[in-house]
Design a protein around this ligand. Structure first.
Ligand SMILES: Nc1ncnc2c1ncn2[C@@H]1O[C@H](COP(=O)(O)OP(=O)(O)OP(=O)(O)O)[C@@H](O)[C@H]1O
Length: 270
């Protein structure tokens, strides 16, 4: 479990990116931070592994103050996946994946074997291991990024818009892959996106943020959909424009679900 208690981040130029955030991120679930540009999502994410230092407040992981831990060890114990994969261009795929475990003291041969298994996990052919990142498609690079994030077998995986730069079809594949991986591995995932559909698809908990990292609403997708906390949330999820307003029509004695455009999309089972 990760807990923020009245955490503020003020940058040296005076920008208050996060203003007294209190948030509990449960273990072994996916929490999605969603909000428009500049709402503080990345800053919140990076405070968890101390890539960004908090200004005040407390951040704990499993009850332990992260400022009592060695920052380098902390960072290496938490997986991090970013947009555009962040792979080192001059190192082969396999070496990108093994970097952190090797830094952590794992023998190179063992790290390589584990990395090949991780390529399987993220749905990449092992033959790609000897390529350089530029010799991969954008989607493949993101998969390597996920493998690298998982390489040190971290309990926590931070993902910052990891699928933001790929086309919609590949994005959908990567989302499904992440759902499958999470079902198998049960990591504590903190995922940043500005796409509410992605948030509802992936999140056990969805945290909708306004400027200054202020929580507009936090809850399960079902809770947010059924009861948007305010106009901001209703607008963000599109409820004010009639989006997600499904209705039921009885046809031949069955309850047929009709979407917002009037198209039948399925049949209710109960
Ligand atoms: N190093 C910095 N110095 C000053 N201000 C910063 C710095 N980094 C971020 N900010 C500001 O803090 C606020 C929050 O930024 P942050 O990157 O966390 O937002 P975000 O929600 O992740 O946005 P995006 O979706 O565009 O990535 C913004 O106003 C941003 O301009």
């Amino acid at each position: 479990m990760i807990e923020f208690r009245t955490v503020t981040k003020k940058f040296p130029d005076g920008t208050v990116a996060v203003d007294e955030l209190s948030l509990v991120i449960p273990a072994r679930q996916t929490t999605v931070l969603v909000g428009s540009s500049g709402s503080g999502k990345t800053t919140i994410l990076r405070m968890i592994n101390r890539m960004v230092e908090k200004t005040s407040g407390e951040i704990e992981i499993d009850g332990e103050d992260i400022y009592a831990l060695n920052p380098v060890k902390l960072r290496r114990s938490i997986g991090y996946v970013m947009q555009n994969s962040g792979l080192l261009p001059h190192r082969k795929v396999i070496d990108n994946v093994t970097t952190v475990p090797v830094l952590n003291g794992v023998k190179k041969s063992e790290a390589r074997e584990a990395a090949l298994t991780l390529l399987d996990t993220v749905g990449l052919d092992r033959s790609l291991a000897e390529r350089y990142p530029s010799q991969l498609s954008g989607g493949q690079q993101q998969r390597v990024g996920v493998a690298r994030g998982l390489a040190a077998d971290p309990n926590i995986l931070l993902m910052d818009e990891p699928f933001g730069a790929v086309d919609p079809i590949v994005r959908s594949e990567l989302q499904q892959e992440l759902i499958r991986i999470q079902r198998d591995l049960g990591k504590t995932i903190v995922f940043v996106t500005h796409d509410i559909d992605e948030a509802f698809l992936l999140g056990d908990q969805v945290v909708l943020l306004e400027k200054g990292g202020r929580i507009a609403q936090a809850g399960t997708p079902a809770e947010i959909l059924s009861k948007p906390a305010n106009d901001f949330v209703a607008t963000f999820i599109g409820a004010d424009r009639g989006r997600r307003a499904l209705r039921v029509e009885v046809v031949n004695g069955r309850n047929v679900v009709i979407d917002e455009d009037g198209r039948p999309t399925g049949v209710l089972q109960s």
